[in-house]
Design a protein around this ligand. Structure first.
Ligand SMILES: [Fe+2]
Length: 262
């Protein structure tokens, strides 16, 4: 019996203890929040893997993964755990190209879908270890991909294993560089966007809190105003757009005044 997911959790918990968080806002309680994530990862203990099916990456994404894994840095046990997790062949495409959407607007998932893959190791479903408290796995992204502003209730961390991502927090935040060995914390419901550098990016990704519900995607209109669309996972695991609304101006103003020096 293998313990790939438990080893991954232990190595990530250890790596978080000394990781810088250069993309976070000055007022974020990074240390306290990372403590919660470490605790959740450590609570996995040394459980055995249970893998019910295997699913490979498409050829192009396999090349990105090989490239990303060839550039892993950090201590040997960490790199080994990441490679073992990548080789579980538990990959799936996060969004679908044919995601149905209500309304006339373009579907941002059409561009994104073939550029984003996840391998889930721990979670309520699809993982190697079952958990209702913690989602954890690998996140593989195409070079140059832009993952637009979105928000979700779960708190999230991205630990960079390979490549460079530029992460923006809030509607007008500066996109800051996340390099291998560094972590980015996304507090619950914080707007965030990611842009990849010129190489494929491999992130270790973890969610705590509410996994279901609406993921809101924001997009700016030609007149400068903002709209947001809510996407939810349906029972068959596909994504459905369930709401679309203008963002009230007062909400934008409140976001813009955040984190500005007095
Ligand atoms: Fe996110």
């Amino acid at each position: 019996m293998t313990k790939i997911a438990a080893t991954f959790a232990r190595e990530l918990a250890t790596a978080l203890a000394s990781a810088d968080a250069p993309t976070n806002k000055a007022g974020d309680d990074v240390t306290g929040s990372l403590g919660h994530f470490r605790q959740a990862l450590e609570s996995v203990n040394n459980q055995d893997d249970h893998q019910s099916h295997r699913s490979k990456l498409p050829a192009e994404a396999s090349d990105w993964l090989r490239d990303a894994l060839s550039r892993l840095t950090g201590k040997g046990t960490f790199s080994k755990a990441v490679v073992a997790a990548a080789e579980t062949e538990n990959w799936y495409q996060i969004y679908n190209e044919d995601t149905p959407s209500k309304g006339e607007e373009s579907n941002p998932m059409e561009d994104l879908a073939p550029g984003m893959f996840a391998a889930r190791l721990i979670g309520p479903s699809r993982g190697l270890i079952q958990s209702n408290q913690l989602l954890a796995g690998l996140f593989l992204l195409r070079p140059g991909l832009h993952y637009p502003l979105h928000q979700h209730e779960a708190a999230e961390i991205y630990f960079c294993a390979s490549g460079t991502a530029y992460i923006q927090h809030d509607i007008d935040g500066e996109a800051k560089r996340l390099s291998p060995g560094q972590v980015s914390l996304t507090p619950s419901n914080r707007l965030h966007a990611l842009t990849m550098g010129e190489e494929p990016v491999l992130l270790l990704w973890t969610w705590l809190g509410e996994f279901g519900g609406r993921n809101w995607w924001w997009h700016q209109q030609n007149d400068g105003s903002w709209r947001r669309d809510a996407w939810e996972r349906s029972e068959d695991a596909s994504w459905i757009k369930t709401a679309s609304e203008p963002v009230p101006r007062a909400e934008i103003t409140a976001l813009q005044s955040n984190d500005k020096p007095l």
